[in-house]
Design a binder for this molecule. Structure first.
Ligand SMILES: Cc1cc2nc3c(=O)[nH]c(=O)nc-3n(C[C@H](O)[C@H](O)[C@H](O)COP(=O)(O)OP(=O)(O)OC[C@H]3O[C@@H](n4cnc5c(N)ncnc54)[C@H](O)[C@@H]3O)c2cc1C
Length: 450
């Protein structure tokens, strides 16, 4: 029997339109797909974690999909390097294929696996699948990464349109073209794997029921996206983020569909590439502000106020509604993410990294690049940030985006009763003035202007 090629699934829990899997299958096979529940990551999570359940369910569905084609997904639980050492002993491997993951932990992990395999004569091939353009593909005309979204978007679009190929009787950008994995599924190694999928209990997790949005979005939502996307009380966004995060849908397919329907939606997808570009080009953002001078902000970091923010008990209705939506559903509307982040970093003067960490713990769609980008934007310290002196007025935001309090009432049932605080934790005018003073002084000092 010829040597098998292994395909390693990570943030791409699907067969359809999967760049790395397509290449592995096309190379001839037989291909054995695998997934590893990463001990290093899982041991850091609480025993009730909806994301682990979502991944477990998705891996189970993926295994079923492979079985329909006669193949089988092998699923492991352990430290990836140890697992790979076992795998390479078990199989006389031809090669390993996978899709690239751009987070710092993943890069170190993949390099270690690549080196281990190379020592035993096995090649490691990785491909772009999770995003549409990698940082190096969308660079400024004079070289170097973009740090401001609008020119990035323009260049992104030019790149996308620069190479058109025939598709379904018309044409499509080469970069959005699907990878027809289905054509080569006959190259899967046939037969049942020896081991089954480890259960949640075996990995120390409890069964919870995550509320996962559909993978298909009604066309109307995308068509009217530019009019509805800022209204948290209506279903006006795609809610695909959890699927993009874990690759249960293809970003190319969704971008292709968006192209003809609504450019505003496409632009939002490009924010995701943009923040990935920032993380790839400036890995320092993981640990601190992009703008160094923001290290000087003397945060108040009041723990009681932070707790009230986390629990949705600040007395600011739209902030409380957002935090409760996050706590109860694992998702928060984008407009409200901006409002709660602004309230934390400006009115409460709490370090944006506290908020970032809380979101990372709770969001089903948690993605380091977008979360870090969103928080640095709100705190004013990111690449393409709102300036620190533009501070969201939560009352105006309420009036503009939830004037009938539909969203607030959905998540804060006691709003409007004596059980709801009559005063906010920190009131807008006072909080705004304090933030302006503190930010201004700290930044001036850091820049040597004082
Ligand atoms: C403080 C803060 C933290 C955030 N943390 C995350 C996170 O951890 N993971 C995450 O996926 N998004 C994050 N976002 C971005 C955005 O809020 C979510 O992507 C969006 O709310 C997801 O809902 P949706 O799928 O309905 O989005 P839609 O409005 O339907 O947009 C479609 C897709 O475009 C992408 N997108 C939209 N807006 C942004 C954005 N501002 N930045 C990056 N990508 C975007 C997402 O992949 C999203 O699924 C954060 C934003 C802020 C302000």
């Amino acid at each position: 029997m010829s040597q098998p090629t292994l395909f390693w699934h990570r943030r791409d829990l699907r067969i359809h339109d999967n760049a790395g899997l397509y290449r592995a299958l096309k190379a001839g096979g037989p291909v054995i797909p695998i997934f590893i529940f990463d001990y290093e990551i899982l041991t850091q999570l609480p025993s009730e974690d909806a994301r682990v359940v979502f991944i477990h369910n998705s891996v189970t569905e993926l295994a079923e999909a492979y079985r329909e084609h006669g193949g089988d997904l092998r699923v492991y639980y352990g430290k990836p390097l140890n697992v790979w050492d076992e795998i390479r002993k078990e199989y006389d491997l031809a090669a390993v294929y996978t899709n690239r993951d751009y987070e710092p932990y993943a890069k170190v992990r993949d390099l270690a696996v690549k080196e281990l395999l190379a020592k035993h004569g096995v090649s490691f091939h990785d491909f772009k699948d999770h995003i549409i353009f990698e940082s190096e593909e969308v660079q400024k005309n004079d070289g170097g990464p973009y740090t401001v979204y609008t020119p990035y978007w323009r260049k992104w679009k030019t790149m996308m349109e620069s190479r058109m190929v025939p598709f379904e009787g018309g044409e499509v950008s080469f970069y959005l073209k699907p990878y027809p994995t289905e054509k080569y599924l006959k190259n899967l190694r046939q037969g049942k794997a020896k081991e089954s999928i480890p259960t949640l209990a075996e990995m120390g997790f409890k069964e919870v029921k995550p509320d996962i949005p559909a993978k298909e979005v009604p066309r109307k939502v995308i068509r009217t996206y530019d009019e509805t996307r800022d209204i948290p009380g209506v279903k006006g966004t795609s809610e695909l983020s959890v699927h993009f995060r874990h690759g249960t849908v293809s970003i190319r397919e969704k971008a292709r569909k968006a192209l003809g329907l609504n450019e505003t939606y496409l632009k939002e997808l490009v924010w995701r590439d943009f923040y990935s570009n920032i993380l790839q080009a400036f890995p320092k953002v993981v640990d601190g502000p992009f703008r160094e001078e923001y290290k000087a902000i003397p945060w108040e970091n009041n723990e009681e106020q932070f707790k009230a923010w986390c629990e949705g008990k600040t007395g600011v209705p739209i902030v409380d509604a957002g935090m409760r939506q996050l706590n109860e559903s694992g998702w928060m509307h984008n407009r409200v993410r901006m409002i709660v982040a602004s309230y934390l970093t400006k009115h409460l003067l709490i370090d944006w990294r506290w908020g970032e960490a809380y979101f990372a713990e709770k969001l089903l769609d948690y993605e380091l690049a977008s979360n870090n980008g969103g928080w640095q934007w709100a705190a004013g310290c990111g690449t393409d940030a709102q300036p620190y002196f533009r501070i969201f007025n939560y009352d105006s935001q309420q009036k503009k985006f939830d004037k009938d309090y539909k969203y607030v009432k959905e998540w804060v049932p006691e709003y409007g009763t004596p059980d709801y605080p009559s005063e906010p934790l920190v009131e807008h005018k006072w909080g705004r003035e304090r933030a302006l003073r503190v930010y201004k002084e700290a930044l001036a000092e850091a820049r040597g202007e004082k």
